[in-house]
Design a protein around this ligand. Structure first.
Ligand SMILES: *Cc1c(COP(=O)(O)O)cnc(C)c1O
Length: 312
């Protein structure tokens, strides 16, 4: 994970670690412990995740979803950078800035942002004017969610940024790039990396390594020729081949569709059978030689779904 963070840092922009959903299921405290000294800040989805993460790190924490206006002062006071998509949120941030006697930073997403947290580019001029002169510094961001619309989304976003600046809002920064877009030199002064920390590349050219390891103990072995079938169905064992039974299955988060991959015959709830002509102690389903993107592609899932599923 540390090497992967460094691979994104090599693109030249500060790396913010996206640790929403309990760090993609892998345990936010544990992930923070590994990478805290290497990253610039964190992103979480909502207020609940903010308070959990606040206990684990002193670094700034940015929120993706809008926070409740009555909680904005408390979030800002505790080093949070709230996302705001409505007038009452801006008023709450301005009130906090006035009370605290210092500028306060907020975030405003411009759609595509993420579906649940942005304003329309057409509203950027009015929203920017509302933010101007209040001691409120604004980070503008969007989230590119479609390769086909990427160019148009960036253009729309840049129009929105221009409108904020024309309205004399204090634009403190802009960020667009997630794992998929980090290497594309999109206009950005920060990259938001989630899946990339685990080693997924999502089509980008960062040189990362799979940071996930899933291995299982072998609990039984059948010598070549001893059994002709495997699993709960009628999966045939090729003549003359041995079979190992591994204590890990879909009940542990192992995708059932791994059957057929790398000599795996069948994946049951707790046990998986795999061709093995000699006894073995354990088998690594996923390790640092794995390619998460290729594996996700073969399993017909998103790399994010694979990463969070394996966290079990
Ligand atoms: C989840 C998320 C990210 C991180 O996405 P990855 O593809 O995992 O890098 C970045 N930005 C936003 C808005 C997100 O919701």
């Amino acid at each position: 994970m540390r090497a992967n963070v460094r691979a994104y840092a090599a693109f030249g922009a500060p790396v913010a670690a996206v640790v929403k959903n309990n760090a993609y299921g892998w345990g936010v405290a544990r992930v923070v412990r590994e990478i805290d000294d290497l990253i610039e800040s964190y992103f979480v989805a909502d207020e609940a995740e903010f308070w959990t993460l606040r206990m684990c790190t002193r670094r700034p924490i940015r929120l993706l979803a809008p926070a409740a206006p009555q909680h904005i002062a408390e979030i800002c006071a505790r080093g949070g950078i709230p996302n705001i998509a409505a007038r009452d949120g801006v008023a709450a941030a301005a009130a906090f800035a006035a009370t605290a006697g210092r500028a306060v930073t907020i975030r405003v997403g411009i759609i595509d942002a993420a579906g649940w947290s942005g304003i329309a580019a057409a509203d950027a001029a009015a929203f920017g004017a509302m933010c101007a002169g209040l001691g409120v510094r604004v980070e503008l961001w969007t989230h590119i969610t479609s390769a086909a619309r990427a160019a148009a989304a960036v253009q729309t976003f840049e129009r929105g940024v221009g409108a904020f600046r024309a309205a004399r809002a204090d634009v403190a920064g802009i960020d667009i790039a997630s794992t998929a877009w980090a290497p594309a030199r999109l206009p950005a002064n920060r990259v938001r990396i989630g899946a990339g920390i685990f080693g997924a590349r999502l089509g980008g050219n960062a040189v990362t390594t799979c940071a996930i390891r899933v291995d299982a103990p072998a609990v039984a072995w059948f010598a070549p020729g001893a059994i002709g079938w495997a699993g709960y169905g009628d999966t045939a064992v090729p003549p003359g081949r041995g079979v190992v039974v591994l204590r890990c299955g879909y009940g542990d988060g192992l995708p059932k569709k791994l059957a057929g991959d790398d000599d795996i015959l069948s994946v049951g709830m707790q046990y998986t059978s795999r061709l093995a002509d000699r006894p073995m102690n354990e088998y690594a389903f996923i390790d640092d030689r794995s390619d998460l993107d290729a594996l996700a592609h073969r399993l017909h899932v998103e790399p994010h779904e694979l990463i969070t599923g394996l966290a079990q």
